[in-house]
Ligand binder design. Sequence first.
Ligand code: AMP
Ligand code: ZN
Ligand code: FE
Ligand code: FE
Length: 286
Amino acid sequence: MSARIDLHTHSTASDGTLGPAELVRAAADAGLDVVALTDHDTTAGWEPAVAALPTGLTLVRGAELSCRWFGVEPAIPLHLLAYLFDPTEPELAAELARVRRAREERGERIVRLLQADGIRVSWSEILAGAAGGTVGRPHIAQALIRAGLVATTTEAFGPRWLGERYRLPKEDIDVFRAVALVRAAGGVPVFAHPRASRRGRIVPDELIVELAAAGLAGLEADHEDHSPAEREHVRALAAELGLLVTGSSDFHGTHKTVRLGAFTTGAEAYERIVALARGVTPVASG
Ligand code: AMP
Ligand code: ZN
Ligand code: FE
Ligand code: FE
């Protein structure tokens, strides 16, 4: 049987609902052989995930970096998965800390916009809901659900709420700088859901060509936010550019409906990631 490899998941260290320890146990229960923990802009979940790693499961330590491409006006936000980088590399660590602080400021500003319209949500309650993890719109979505204003996270991300009316930009990392920082920290950068047009504007293929020349290693093709045609497009582009291709669940616990292992990565692409990495190694419990 071929290995089951899921290279994109979130824990309570960012906007998932399972703690890092619960997440690795759930990954083993879901029959995965390899799981990557890729919380937004943080490595805080790495230690507890390693400590709880079940026998037979390999953990790939990673993160999902909030980036932006400044080649058009207004700039386009995008996500960069980074695998097996050295978390103590000072420039990258400082950049992640800066983004986390900026996320808190932005979250608080979103809450003030809501309050100015008479919507009763509390920033301290939202911060408490994030429990020390990277704050994101999913935490604000939970406050809207608690207030009875929307029924689901999906609805909270609609245009009337966090998707447009109360959407504010974050202070993301320039994507070329992010690729360089991840590489300098010995990590392997992979563009997350590059064609997910249902989430917002997407970048042109010309940017991906430039990123590949700048050190991007791969593209995530199989993802629930990609249609079958979009997946095929990503695969063809990756083949053209010699990039590796991944597939992943982007699991967020109950903040999303997707299950662990819903999409997976082939062993060959996984091995290419491991071979390229110079920061930290995958961890397997003995
Ligand atoms: P933020 O990082 O604060 O801008 O929030 C964006 C995050 O919210 C994404 O990384 C996803 O994890 C999540 N998200 C985006 N769109 C949706 C959606 N329609 N439903 C549920 N979660 C979403
Ligand atoms: Zn998320
Ligand atoms: Fe993402
Ligand atoms: Fe994600």
